[in-house]
Ligand binder design. Structure first.
Ligand code: GDP
Length: 356
Protein backbone atom coordinates (compact mmCIF):
# COMPACT_ATOMS: atom_id res chain seq x y z
CA UNK A 1 0.00 0.00 0.00
CA UNK A 2 0.97 3.60 -0.52
CA UNK A 3 2.63 4.93 2.61
CA UNK A 4 4.25 8.12 3.73
CA UNK A 5 6.53 8.01 6.78
CA UNK A 6 6.22 10.86 9.25
CA UNK A 7 9.55 11.91 10.72
CA UNK A 8 10.76 14.84 12.79
CA UNK A 9 12.50 15.87 15.98
CA UNK A 10 10.80 15.16 19.31
CA UNK A 11 8.21 17.73 20.47
CA UNK A 12 7.45 19.13 17.04
CA UNK A 13 3.84 17.88 17.10
CA UNK A 14 4.16 14.53 15.32
CA UNK A 15 1.93 12.67 17.78
CA UNK A 16 -0.62 15.44 17.74
CA UNK A 17 -0.71 15.32 13.96
CA UNK A 18 -0.73 11.56 13.97
CA UNK A 19 -3.63 11.41 16.41
CA UNK A 20 -5.56 13.63 14.05
CA UNK A 21 -4.67 11.26 11.21
CA UNK A 22 -5.89 8.19 13.08
CA UNK A 23 -9.04 9.89 14.35
CA UNK A 24 -9.71 10.65 10.74
CA UNK A 25 -9.71 6.95 10.06
CA UNK A 26 -12.57 6.70 7.62
CA UNK A 27 -10.91 3.70 6.07
CA UNK A 28 -11.95 1.38 8.88
CA UNK A 29 -15.60 2.24 8.29
CA UNK A 30 -15.39 1.90 4.53
CA UNK A 31 -13.36 -1.26 4.31
CA UNK A 32 -14.77 -3.55 6.97
CA UNK A 33 -12.08 -6.18 6.50
CA UNK A 34 -9.09 -3.86 6.44
CA UNK A 35 -6.92 -4.24 9.50
CA UNK A 36 -5.48 -0.99 10.66
CA UNK A 37 -2.02 -1.11 12.16
CA UNK A 38 -1.74 0.97 15.31
CA UNK A 39 0.93 3.19 13.80
CA UNK A 40 -0.88 3.79 10.52
CA UNK A 41 -3.22 6.73 9.93
CA UNK A 42 -5.25 7.18 6.79
CA UNK A 43 -6.55 10.24 5.00
CA UNK A 44 -8.92 10.02 2.09
CA UNK A 45 -7.82 11.92 -0.95
CA UNK A 46 -10.42 14.68 -1.22
CA UNK A 47 -12.24 14.30 -4.54
CA UNK A 48 -15.43 16.23 -5.24
CA UNK A 49 -16.02 14.18 -8.38
CA UNK A 50 -17.04 11.11 -6.41
CA UNK A 51 -20.23 12.61 -5.00
CA UNK A 52 -21.31 13.82 -8.46
CA UNK A 53 -20.78 10.39 -10.00
CA UNK A 54 -22.57 8.72 -7.11
CA UNK A 55 -25.64 10.84 -7.86
CA UNK A 56 -25.60 9.80 -11.51
CA UNK A 57 -25.21 6.11 -10.69
CA UNK A 58 -27.27 6.12 -7.50
CA UNK A 59 -24.31 4.57 -5.65
CA UNK A 60 -24.80 3.38 -2.09
CA UNK A 61 -21.36 4.48 -0.96
CA UNK A 62 -18.28 6.47 -1.87
CA UNK A 63 -14.78 5.05 -1.65
CA UNK A 64 -12.13 7.74 -2.09
CA UNK A 65 -8.46 6.86 -2.59
CA UNK A 66 -6.70 6.30 0.75
CA UNK A 67 -3.30 7.73 1.60
CA UNK A 68 -1.59 6.05 4.58
CA UNK A 69 0.81 7.65 6.98
CA UNK A 70 3.18 5.70 9.21
CA UNK A 71 4.31 7.17 12.47
CA UNK A 72 8.05 6.87 13.00
CA UNK A 73 9.57 7.55 16.41
CA UNK A 74 11.40 10.86 16.82
CA UNK A 75 14.78 11.33 15.28
CA UNK A 76 17.35 13.04 17.45
CA UNK A 77 20.81 14.26 16.65
CA UNK A 78 23.02 11.17 16.52
CA UNK A 79 20.20 8.78 15.58
CA UNK A 80 22.30 7.30 12.80
CA UNK A 81 24.91 6.46 15.47
CA UNK A 82 22.33 4.72 17.63
CA UNK A 83 21.17 7.68 19.79
CA UNK A 84 17.51 7.61 20.84
CA UNK A 85 15.84 4.70 19.12
CA UNK A 86 18.73 4.74 16.71
CA UNK A 87 18.87 2.65 13.64
CA UNK A 88 15.74 0.65 14.24
CA UNK A 89 13.45 3.43 13.10
CA UNK A 90 15.45 3.88 9.94
CA UNK A 91 14.37 0.45 8.76
CA UNK A 92 10.74 1.56 8.97
CA UNK A 93 11.39 4.63 6.88
CA UNK A 94 13.15 2.53 4.26
CA UNK A 95 9.88 0.82 3.40
CA UNK A 96 7.88 4.03 2.90
CA UNK A 97 7.20 5.53 -0.53
CA UNK A 98 7.83 9.08 0.64
CA UNK A 99 8.88 10.96 3.75
CA UNK A 100 6.90 13.73 5.41
CA UNK A 101 9.11 15.73 7.71
CA UNK A 102 7.27 17.59 10.46
CA UNK A 103 8.95 20.83 11.47
CA UNK A 104 8.04 22.92 14.46
CA UNK A 105 7.03 26.47 13.76
CA UNK A 106 4.77 27.05 16.78
CA UNK A 107 6.17 29.22 19.53
CA UNK A 108 4.57 27.89 22.79
CA UNK A 109 7.21 28.47 25.52
CA UNK A 110 5.61 25.67 27.58
CA UNK A 111 6.76 23.09 25.05
CA UNK A 112 10.47 22.49 25.31
CA UNK A 113 12.46 22.42 22.10
CA UNK A 114 15.07 19.63 22.09
CA UNK A 115 17.75 21.94 20.79
CA UNK A 116 16.77 24.92 22.95
CA UNK A 117 15.03 27.21 20.46
CA UNK A 118 12.42 27.10 17.72
CA UNK A 119 14.52 27.04 14.59
CA UNK A 120 12.89 25.50 11.49
CA UNK A 121 16.01 25.74 9.32
CA UNK A 122 18.20 24.22 12.05
CA UNK A 123 15.71 21.38 12.66
CA UNK A 124 15.58 20.49 8.99
CA UNK A 125 19.34 20.45 8.90
CA UNK A 126 19.50 18.08 11.91
CA UNK A 127 17.03 15.63 10.38
CA UNK A 128 18.54 15.80 6.93
CA UNK A 129 22.02 15.25 8.35
CA UNK A 130 20.84 12.12 10.17
CA UNK A 131 19.22 10.77 7.01
CA UNK A 132 22.36 11.52 4.98
CA UNK A 133 24.53 9.77 7.59
CA UNK A 134 22.20 6.77 7.58
CA UNK A 135 22.48 6.54 3.78
CA UNK A 136 26.25 6.80 3.98
CA UNK A 137 26.32 3.89 6.42
CA UNK A 138 24.12 1.83 4.13
CA UNK A 139 26.35 2.64 1.17
CA UNK A 140 29.56 1.92 3.03
CA UNK A 141 28.44 -1.62 3.78
CA UNK A 142 27.04 -2.09 0.29
CA UNK A 143 30.19 -0.84 -1.45
CA UNK A 144 32.34 -3.44 0.32
CA UNK A 145 29.97 -6.12 -0.90
CA UNK A 146 29.71 -4.64 -4.41
CA UNK A 147 33.51 -4.42 -4.76
CA UNK A 148 33.89 -8.08 -3.94
CA UNK A 149 31.14 -9.14 -6.31
CA UNK A 150 32.40 -6.91 -9.11
CA UNK A 151 35.88 -8.44 -8.83
CA UNK A 152 34.32 -11.88 -8.86
CA UNK A 153 32.39 -10.84 -11.99
CA UNK A 154 29.13 -11.60 -10.24
CA UNK A 155 27.81 -8.06 -10.51
CA UNK A 156 27.16 -5.47 -13.18
CA UNK A 157 29.93 -2.85 -12.67
CA UNK A 158 27.27 -0.14 -13.01
CA UNK A 159 25.98 -1.05 -9.55
CA UNK A 160 29.30 -0.29 -7.88
CA UNK A 161 29.78 2.86 -9.95
CA UNK A 162 26.35 4.15 -8.98
CA UNK A 163 26.97 3.41 -5.31
CA UNK A 164 30.29 5.27 -5.40
CA UNK A 165 28.72 8.25 -7.15
CA UNK A 166 25.94 8.37 -4.56
CA UNK A 167 28.50 8.16 -1.76
CA UNK A 168 30.50 11.07 -3.19
CA UNK A 169 27.35 13.15 -3.54
CA UNK A 170 26.24 12.50 0.06
CA UNK A 171 29.73 13.23 1.33
CA UNK A 172 29.22 16.79 0.11
CA UNK A 173 26.31 17.03 2.56
CA UNK A 174 23.40 17.01 0.15
CA UNK A 175 20.45 14.59 -0.09
CA UNK A 176 20.30 12.30 -3.11
CA UNK A 177 17.00 13.81 -4.17
CA UNK A 178 19.05 16.87 -5.17
CA UNK A 179 21.31 14.84 -7.46
CA UNK A 180 20.90 13.83 -11.09
CA UNK A 181 22.42 10.38 -10.54
CA UNK A 182 20.29 7.55 -11.95
CA UNK A 183 19.86 5.45 -8.82
CA UNK A 184 17.98 2.61 -10.47
CA UNK A 185 20.91 0.12 -10.24
CA UNK A 186 20.96 0.48 -6.42
CA UNK A 187 17.24 0.83 -5.83
CA UNK A 188 17.17 -2.23 -3.55
CA UNK A 189 19.18 -0.27 -0.96
CA UNK A 190 16.11 1.89 -0.24
CA UNK A 191 18.22 4.98 0.34
CA UNK A 192 16.30 7.44 2.50
CA UNK A 193 17.40 10.73 0.98
CA UNK A 194 16.45 9.51 -2.49
CA UNK A 195 12.78 9.32 -1.50
CA UNK A 196 10.37 12.11 -2.32
CA UNK A 197 10.07 14.58 0.56
CA UNK A 198 7.18 16.67 1.82
CA UNK A 199 7.71 19.26 4.53
CA UNK A 200 4.97 19.78 7.09
CA UNK A 201 5.29 22.99 9.08
CA UNK A 202 3.35 22.80 12.33
CA UNK A 203 2.66 26.46 12.99
CA UNK A 204 0.46 28.69 15.15
CA UNK A 205 -2.92 29.77 13.87
CA UNK A 206 -1.72 33.35 13.36
CA UNK A 207 1.10 32.14 11.13
CA UNK A 208 -1.40 30.33 8.90
CA UNK A 209 -2.76 33.78 8.02
CA UNK A 210 0.63 35.42 7.55
CA UNK A 211 1.45 35.04 3.85
CA UNK A 212 4.90 36.53 4.26
CA UNK A 213 5.98 34.08 6.98
CA UNK A 214 4.59 31.15 5.00
CA UNK A 215 6.52 32.24 1.92
CA UNK A 216 9.74 32.40 3.95
CA UNK A 217 9.21 28.86 5.24
CA UNK A 218 8.22 27.52 1.81
CA UNK A 219 11.42 28.99 0.37
CA UNK A 220 13.44 26.98 2.92
CA UNK A 221 12.32 23.70 1.34
CA UNK A 222 11.69 24.58 -2.31
CA UNK A 223 11.53 22.86 -4.78
CA UNK A 224 10.02 20.31 -2.35
CA UNK A 225 6.41 21.00 -1.39
CA UNK A 226 5.42 22.47 1.96
CA UNK A 227 2.18 21.92 3.88
CA UNK A 228 1.27 24.37 6.60
CA UNK A 229 -1.02 23.31 9.39
CA UNK A 230 -1.69 23.73 13.07
CA UNK A 231 -1.68 20.20 14.45
CA UNK A 232 -3.75 21.20 17.48
CA UNK A 233 -6.33 22.87 15.27
CA UNK A 234 -6.46 19.80 13.03
CA UNK A 235 -7.47 17.53 15.87
CA UNK A 236 -10.08 20.07 17.01
CA UNK A 237 -11.52 20.19 13.50
CA UNK A 238 -12.20 16.48 13.60
CA UNK A 239 -14.41 16.91 16.66
CA UNK A 240 -16.77 19.15 14.69
CA UNK A 241 -19.45 18.37 12.14
CA UNK A 242 -18.78 19.34 8.54
CA UNK A 243 -20.43 22.75 8.68
CA UNK A 244 -18.76 23.87 11.91
CA UNK A 245 -15.41 22.55 10.71
CA UNK A 246 -15.71 24.55 7.49
CA UNK A 247 -16.56 27.65 9.50
CA UNK A 248 -13.61 27.16 11.82
CA UNK A 249 -11.27 26.63 8.86
CA UNK A 250 -12.57 29.77 7.20
CA UNK A 251 -11.98 31.73 10.41
CA UNK A 252 -8.30 30.80 10.16
CA UNK A 253 -8.19 31.88 6.52
CA UNK A 254 -7.93 28.32 5.11
CA UNK A 255 -10.04 26.61 2.48
CA UNK A 256 -8.90 23.07 3.09
CA UNK A 257 -7.83 21.22 6.23
CA UNK A 258 -4.14 20.50 6.66
CA UNK A 259 -4.81 16.76 6.56
CA UNK A 260 -6.51 17.07 3.19
CA UNK A 261 -3.66 19.19 1.88
CA UNK A 262 -1.23 16.60 3.13
CA UNK A 263 -3.08 13.82 1.30
CA UNK A 264 -3.27 15.84 -1.91
CA UNK A 265 0.35 16.94 -1.90
CA UNK A 266 1.51 13.47 -0.88
CA UNK A 267 -0.35 12.03 -3.84
CA UNK A 268 1.15 14.57 -6.21
CA UNK A 269 4.66 14.16 -4.89
CA UNK A 270 4.45 10.44 -5.58
CA UNK A 271 3.36 10.96 -9.18
CA UNK A 272 -0.02 9.30 -8.65
CA UNK A 273 -3.44 9.88 -10.10
CA UNK A 274 -6.86 8.28 -9.84
CA UNK A 275 -9.40 6.83 -12.18
CA UNK A 276 -12.99 6.18 -11.21
CA UNK A 277 -15.45 3.33 -11.35
CA UNK A 278 -19.13 3.75 -10.58
CA UNK A 279 -22.22 1.61 -10.19
CA UNK A 280 -25.23 1.23 -7.93
CA UNK A 281 -23.14 -0.30 -5.15
CA UNK A 282 -20.27 2.14 -5.03
CA UNK A 283 -18.40 4.94 -6.68
CA UNK A 284 -14.74 4.45 -6.15
CA UNK A 285 -11.40 6.11 -6.86
CA UNK A 286 -8.48 3.82 -7.74
CA UNK A 287 -4.86 4.83 -7.32
CA UNK A 288 -2.44 4.41 -10.23
CA UNK A 289 0.81 5.95 -11.40
CA UNK A 290 0.69 8.65 -14.04
CA UNK A 291 1.38 7.10 -17.43
CA UNK A 292 -0.08 3.68 -16.66
CA UNK A 293 -1.95 1.86 -19.41
CA UNK A 294 -5.51 0.54 -19.21
CA UNK A 295 -4.49 -3.07 -18.39
CA UNK A 296 -2.13 -1.87 -15.63
CA UNK A 297 -4.96 0.22 -14.21
CA UNK A 298 -7.32 -2.76 -14.38
CA UNK A 299 -4.76 -4.78 -12.41
CA UNK A 300 -5.26 -2.51 -9.41
CA UNK A 301 -8.83 -3.80 -9.12
CA UNK A 302 -7.87 -7.42 -9.66
CA UNK A 303 -4.91 -9.18 -11.27
CA UNK A 304 -7.41 -11.20 -13.38
CA UNK A 305 -8.67 -7.94 -14.88
CA UNK A 306 -5.15 -7.24 -16.12
CA UNK A 307 -4.45 -10.78 -17.36
CA UNK A 308 -7.75 -11.11 -19.19
CA UNK A 309 -7.98 -7.50 -20.35
CA UNK A 310 -9.92 -7.06 -23.59
CA UNK A 311 -10.88 -3.39 -23.70
CA UNK A 312 -12.19 -0.56 -21.59
CA UNK A 313 -15.17 1.72 -22.03
CA UNK A 314 -13.97 5.13 -20.93
CA UNK A 315 -15.83 8.38 -20.29
CA UNK A 316 -14.23 11.65 -19.39
CA UNK A 317 -15.71 12.76 -16.09
CA UNK A 318 -16.86 16.11 -17.53
CA UNK A 319 -18.57 14.47 -20.53
CA UNK A 320 -20.40 12.03 -18.32
CA UNK A 321 -21.59 14.69 -15.92
CA UNK A 322 -22.69 16.93 -18.80
CA UNK A 323 -24.65 14.06 -20.35
CA UNK A 324 -26.21 13.10 -17.02
CA UNK A 325 -26.23 9.35 -17.64
CA UNK A 326 -24.20 6.58 -19.26
CA UNK A 327 -26.93 5.98 -21.87
CA UNK A 328 -27.04 9.65 -22.82
CA UNK A 329 -23.23 9.90 -22.93
CA UNK A 330 -23.12 6.87 -25.26
CA UNK A 331 -25.86 8.38 -27.43
CA UNK A 332 -23.82 11.55 -27.74
CA UNK A 333 -20.80 9.55 -28.86
CA UNK A 334 -18.88 10.30 -25.67
CA UNK A 335 -18.10 6.68 -24.82
CA UNK A 336 -14.62 5.70 -25.97
CA UNK A 337 -13.60 2.09 -26.44
CA UNK A 338 -9.92 1.88 -25.57
CA UNK A 339 -7.46 -0.98 -26.05
CA UNK A 340 -4.45 -2.27 -24.18
CA UNK A 341 -2.15 0.61 -25.19
CA UNK A 342 -4.43 3.33 -23.87
CA UNK A 343 -2.70 5.59 -21.33
CA UNK A 344 -5.07 6.45 -18.49
CA UNK A 345 -6.01 10.07 -17.88
CA UNK A 346 -6.82 11.58 -14.50
CA UNK A 347 -10.53 11.30 -13.78
CA UNK A 348 -11.35 8.72 -16.46
CA UNK A 349 -14.56 6.90 -15.57
CA UNK A 350 -13.99 3.32 -16.65
CA UNK A 351 -15.61 -0.02 -17.13
CA UNK A 352 -13.24 -2.85 -18.01
CA UNK A 353 -14.15 -5.81 -20.23
CA UNK A 354 -12.10 -8.90 -19.62
CA UNK A 355 -11.96 -12.70 -20.03
CA UNK A 356 -11.81 -14.80 -16.93
P1 GDP B 1 6.12 14.81 19.09
O1 GDP B 1 7.13 14.53 20.14
O2 GDP B 1 6.75 15.37 17.84
O3 GDP B 1 5.23 13.66 18.80
O4 GDP B 1 5.23 16.02 19.64
P2 GDP B 1 3.79 15.99 20.34
O5 GDP B 1 2.72 15.86 19.33
O6 GDP B 1 3.82 15.04 21.49
O7 GDP B 1 3.75 17.50 20.86
C1 GDP B 1 4.63 17.96 21.86
C2 GDP B 1 3.92 19.03 22.66
O8 GDP B 1 3.63 20.14 21.80
C3 GDP B 1 2.58 18.59 23.22
O9 GDP B 1 2.44 19.16 24.49
C4 GDP B 1 1.57 19.18 22.27
O10 GDP B 1 0.34 19.46 22.89
C5 GDP B 1 2.26 20.44 21.81
N1 GDP B 1 1.86 20.82 20.46
C6 GDP B 1 1.79 20.03 19.35
N2 GDP B 1 1.38 20.73 18.29
C7 GDP B 1 1.17 21.99 18.73
C8 GDP B 1 0.75 23.19 18.10
O11 GDP B 1 0.43 23.24 16.90
N3 GDP B 1 0.68 24.29 18.89
C9 GDP B 1 1.00 24.29 20.22
N4 GDP B 1 0.93 25.39 20.91
N5 GDP B 1 1.41 23.17 20.84
C10 GDP B 1 1.49 22.04 20.10
Amino acid sequence: ALTIAIVGLPNVGKSTLFNALTKNNVLAANYPFATIEPNVGVVNLPDARLAKLATIFGSERLLPAPVSFVDIAGIVRGASEGEGLGNKFLANIREADAIAQVIRGFADPDVVHVDGAVDPAGDMETINTELILADLQTLEKAVTRFEKDTKGRKLDPAVLQTALAAQAFLDAGKPLSASTIDLEPIRELGLLTAKPFIYVFNVDEEVLQDAEKLATLAALVAPAKAVFLDAKLESELLELDEEDAAEMLASTGQEESGLNQLARIGFDTLGLQTYLTAGPKETRAWTIHKGWTAPQAAGVIHTDFQKGFIKAEVFSFDDLVAAGSVAEARAKGKARIEGKDYVMQDGDVVEFRFNV
